[in-house]
Ligand binder design. Structure first.
Ligand SMILES: Cc1cc2nc3c(=O)[nH]c(=O)nc-3n(C[C@H](O)[C@H](O)[C@H](O)COP(=O)(O)OP(=O)(O)OC[C@H]3O[C@@H](n4cnc5c(N)ncnc54)[C@H](O)[C@@H]3O)c2cc1C
Length: 411
């Protein structure tokens, strides 16, 4: 038991919670972070490649650099081009360009990082920059009482805080304890992911092909062996649920053959594939992001379709906007005022939901086989391809820098 009233307790020390903790600590706030997971074993993480990567936008990379995390990233793959096309049509669009050697920093659109490598870097920076960072913590209950929240831990500790930040992921316990309802949209599709080695090099281009069954993405990833660097990609394949299960059961040779064919041999033959994982695709949106003295961020507040690879990026923008608002409060001698939390919600919820709805509409567009829709989509891709202005606008949106404009993290 302690009588001390803490300024902020962040529940969840993953990418978004960790980034929030580091930005607040940098602003002079005393932060407590509680995470259920243990500290990762660096040796183990580095020795094993994930089959999944996160496509980090320029804004996310900028925020991770600001928080001192980026310099701890042990493995990543920058990408300088993004190519999207239809299997059964003529629409194609290319953002940026391919490159035969590692692109210069100023030419990259973003970078692909394995989740475990990112978490390792976040944990490492938190260990040195966050004073009260606790791992393997089990939170039993949180409850609100007279302008504070009580947090009861399984070891008998009770923490008292003015602000709880729920950054505990898609199945957020904080959201549940705060009685915040969730809207769920089941896409009735599944994602299939694994890492593959292709005959031809990716040339630092992320590729997405729209198949009749759903989009298939090839995302360049770093290889554990230097001689194979440039030939490994992480795939995310959106499929009807029964197809995903069937494809996941195929043996390696049959899966590589199927993928080579379905991808129209975009990078020649698929030579190798790691074990396949499938996951259901559901969008989730918390009905409110805030209560008095409590805010939800990252996947605790929203989960979107992986199609655009934006989940973590919109979480990083939540972190930046919330930290900026809280630090402005602190500079004025107030802390976590309800209006401040509402401003954060106002600034992020609409944008996140717009992104979510556009993904839902796109998801439907991409799986439809109705000819006019295919035409319209092809026409759209072609129009965009021919318009420098539209391409520029799309690129800016994907970079995420506009959302940082009115914050202290603007560049
Ligand atoms: C296949 C797939 C591909 C994806 N690809 C991309 C991509 O390319 N780009 C992209 O931007 N996003 C992508 N995403 C989404 C991205 O992975 C998530 O948006 C991101 O991990 C969310 O970060 P977070 O910190 O909010 O939550 P999480 O990463 O889930 O972290 C939650 C943290 O909270 C902790 N925790 C959980 N419960 C408790 C508790 N009760 N008490 C204490 N701690 C707790 C956990 O230990 C963890 O550390 C993808 C997702 C999937 C499934």
């Amino acid at each position: 038991m302690t009588d001390q009233v803490l300024d902020v307790v962040i529940i969840g020390g993953g990418l978004v919670g960790g980034l929030t903790a580091l930005l607040l600590a940098q602003g002079g706030v005393q932060v407590t972070v509680l995470d259920a997971a243990p500290v990762l074993d660096a040796k183990q993480v580095l020795a094993q490649a994930n089959s999944r990567v996160l496509a980090l936008s320029q804004a996310s990379i900028h925020l991770l650099k600001t928080a001192g995390v980026w310099q701890h990233i042990a493995r990543q793959m920058p990408y300088s081009g993004m190519q999207v096309w239809n299997k059964n049509g003529y629409g194609e669009i290319m953002f940026g360009q391919a490159s035969t050697r590692t692109p210069w920093q100023e030419h990259i659109l973003g970078s692909m990082v394995e989740p475990s490598i990112l978490n390792l870097a976040i944990q490492s920076q938190m260990q040195s920059a966050v004073q009260d960072y606790r791992t393997q913590v089990k939170v039993l209950r949180i409850e609100q009482a007279n302008e504070v929240w009580f947090i009861h831990l399984a070891d008998g500790t009770k923490l008292t805080t003015k602000l709880v930040i729920g950054a505990d992921g898609a199945n957020s316990f904080v959201r549940e304890q705060a009685f915040i309802d969730l809207d769920v949209l089941d896409y009735k599709q599944a994602g299939l992911s694994c890492a593959i080695r292709t005959q031809k090099p990716h040339q630092y281009v992320a590729r997405q092909i729209f198949l009749e069954t759903g989009p298939l993405a090839y995302l360049p990833m770093a290889s554990l062996t230097p001689e194979q660097n440039g030939h490994w990609q992480s795939i995310v394949w959106t499929l009807p649920e029964d197809y995903a299960e069937e494809y996941a059961q195929l043996d390696d040779a049959a899966f590589c053959k199927l993928l080579s064919l379905e991808s129209q041999h975009m990078l020649g033959e698929v030579l190798e594939a790691t074990p396949r994982a499938t996951f259901p695709l559901k969008a989730r949106a918390a009905q409110t992001y805030v209560r008095d003295g409590l805010a939800l961020i990252g996947d605790a507040a929203h989960v979107i379709h992986p199609l655009a690879g934006q989940g973590v990026n919109i979480g990083c923008l939540d972190a930046a906007v919330l930290c900026d608002a809280l630090l402005r409060d602190a500079e004025r001698g107030v802390w976590a005022h309800v209006q401040t939390l509402r401003r954060y919600e106002h600034s992020r919820k609409g944008q996140n939901e717009a992104m979510m709805h556009s993904m839902s509409a796109l998801g439907w567009l991409e799986t439809t086989q109705l000819t006019p829709v295919v035409w319209a989509r092809n026409f759209g891709l072609k129009q965009v391809e021919q318009s420098a202005w539209a391409k520029d606008l799309f690129m800016q949106q994907a970079a995420g820098l506009n959302s940082l404009k009115n914050t202290r993290y603007a560049i």
